[in-house]
Write a protein that binds this ligand. Structure first.
Ligand SMILES: CC(C)(COP(=O)(O)OP(=O)(O)OC[C@H]1O[C@@H](n2cnc3c(N)ncnc32)[C@H](O)[C@@H]1OP(=O)(O)O)[C@@H](O)C(=O)NCCC(=O)NCCS
Length: 165
């Protein structure tokens, strides 16, 4: 399995339905435009039986880090850092849930951000979790920011060591 950049001429964006209207409409209306403007990148996992069908997608970009919302030891360690990698969106089509695609997409997104961090260093990866999906990320070592329960982070160092195992 591999993810590819969203291609509006190939992928049937309107067919995708993860059950959350805001995520569906982002994929349909915004993802391609935001990528063409270099604001974010959206990657899709294609269905092997029909590559036009999207099993799942995620969107990556950068975001400012609120240092004061990090635990004290990290605040000190990363006091000169300003930005983190952001998994802005991640979703699996309802027809394909509970088949570990969500986990696979999350690991794939983390690999891409880890690779990016080797070129333009940043210390943390942030995720904006929809309500109800917080535990999905906590299972993989993300921690909620002190001030925002739906916004979580993991250090790049932890991702590096997890993916090396
Ligand atoms: C959340 C979502 C990505 C999970 O995708 P999925 O392919 O069904 O997940 P997986 O099959 O990889 O599940 C892996 C594990 O996460 C758990 N899990 C799945 N969805 C979860 C949720 N919303 N909250 C907590 N845990 C969840 C599963 O139970 C499973 O754990 P288990 O193996 O111990 O039972 C998918 O349901 C989805 O797209 N939901 C709508 C959009 C959304 O909430 N996106 C997330 C943040 S923006």
């Amino acid at each position: 399995m591999i993810t590819v950049r969203l291609d509006k001429n190939k992928h049937l964006r309107k067919r995708f339905d993860c059950g959350i209207a805001a995520l569906n409409s982002y994929l349909c209306m915004m993802a391609n435009q935001q990528s063409s403007r270099d604001n974010s990148r959206t990657f899709v996992l294609e269905d092997d039986n029909n590559p036009a069908y999207i099993i799942g997608f995620y969107t990556l970009t950068m975001a400012p880090i609120d240092l004061s919302a990090l635990p004290s030891p990290l605040q000190q360690k990363h006091r000169h850092a300003r930005s983190g990698g952001l998994i802005a969106r991640l979703a699996v089509d309802k027809r394909n849930t509970h088949q570990v695609y969500g986990v696979w997409l999350l690991i794939d997104a983390l690999k891409k951000l880890l690779s990016a961090s080797e070129q333009v260093a940043f210390p943390v990866i942030i995720v904006d979790a929809k309500a109800g999906a917080v535990q999905f990320y906590e299972k993989f070592g993300f921690t909620a920011f002190a001030d925002q329960t739906n916004k979580l982070f993991i250090t790049v160092a932890d991702v590096r060591s997890s993916l090396a195992d």
